[in-house]
Design a protein around this ligand. Structure first.
Ligand SMILES: *Cc1c(COP(=O)(O)O)cnc(C)c1O
Length: 261
């Protein structure tokens, strides 16, 4: 199992805890530099890649330090944790909250209140629940459709074959602004197998872009985390979701946040 959790509790972590604004400034600069290097390697403009800092499990005091160092967007995996932080940090202006984890329909109401983005859409029931709540509040939400590119039966996300039909249904939910596709690659130290997941998502995006009418197309690719964001950028990522390389290692293994095999 330990190979599945390269940065888990049992392994010495390559990600030291960031505890000061200077730590965050340094970590952000280093991640941005790696984004720029990876982009240039494949002839892409680094400005095409958006860095979404993932602050799950990080307490509010440290999130404040990261905001002082320049984080304006925050991604969270669990709705209640995100909502609690949104309330506690409401004195900070211009923060944008993104949910990147699985959502149950009974929590759609909470998401509609505070989130700017939801990256793990994989059911029409959730789309419908979100849309109803958003309409009532007069709000909109950017959404990404989560795709299971690793073939692990325990992972959330739609099977690649089901994505086009799913995306065709989404214009019915007018408060949802469909931005693109999101995936979690295999948690593996074998970079070639990780890369295959990213390639699969890009090819799927390209096929859907051709098949759908102009207004309904998906453009963005949210893929890559601390351990694999450079590979993801080489394969076309337009959003990378980076937690540990900015905030430091988490004590909880990744299996706490999404099902693993
Ligand atoms: C935690 C998380 C990330 C970030 O992972 P790190 O290893 O901290 O970079 C990215 N995406 C999702 C869906 C997550 O839950």
């Amino acid at each position: 199992m330990s190979a599945s959790f390269p940065h888990g509790v049992d392994d010495p972590s390559p990600y030291p805890q960031a505890r000061t604004v200077e730590d965050f400034t340094r970590n952000l600069a280093s991640v941005r530099e790696r984004i720029a290097d990876a982009s240039r390697r494949v002839g892409r403009d680094p400005a095409e890649v958006r860095l979404l800092p993932i602050s799950k499990t990080v307490d509010e005091a440290r999130i404040r330090l990261s905001v002082a160092a320049g984080c304006r967007e925050l991604g969270e995996n669990k709705v209640q944790e995100a909502y609690r932080k949104w309330e506690a940090l409401s004195d900070l202006e211009g923060l944008r909250w993104s949910l990147v984890g699985h959502l149950q329909t009974n929590k759609a109401k909470l998401v509609a209140r505070f989130a700017s983005e939801f990256q793990a859409l994989d059911s029409l029931r959730v789309a419908e629940a979100l849309d109803r709540r958003l309409q009532a509040l007069g709000r909109g939400l950017d959404v990404f459709v989560q795709v299971n590119t690793s073939g692990e039966s325990s992972k959330y996300g739609l099977a690649p074959d089901a994505v086009e039909a799913f995306v065709r249904r989404l214009p019915a939910y007018s408060s949802l602004r469909v931005r693109g596709l999101m995936t979690l690659a295999l948690l593996s130290s074998d970079q070639s197998r990780v890369r295959q997941c990213f390639v699969r998502l890009r090819e799927l995006r390209d096929r859907i872009r051709q098949a759908l009418p102009e207004g309904d197309r998906v453009a963005e690719l949210s893929m890559g985390m601390s351990g694999d964001f450079e590979t993801a950028i080489e394969e076309g990522a337009t959003v990378v979701r980076v937690g540990q390389a900015i905030y430091g290692a988490r004590r909880l293994p990744d299996s706490h946040f999404w099902p693993s095999t």
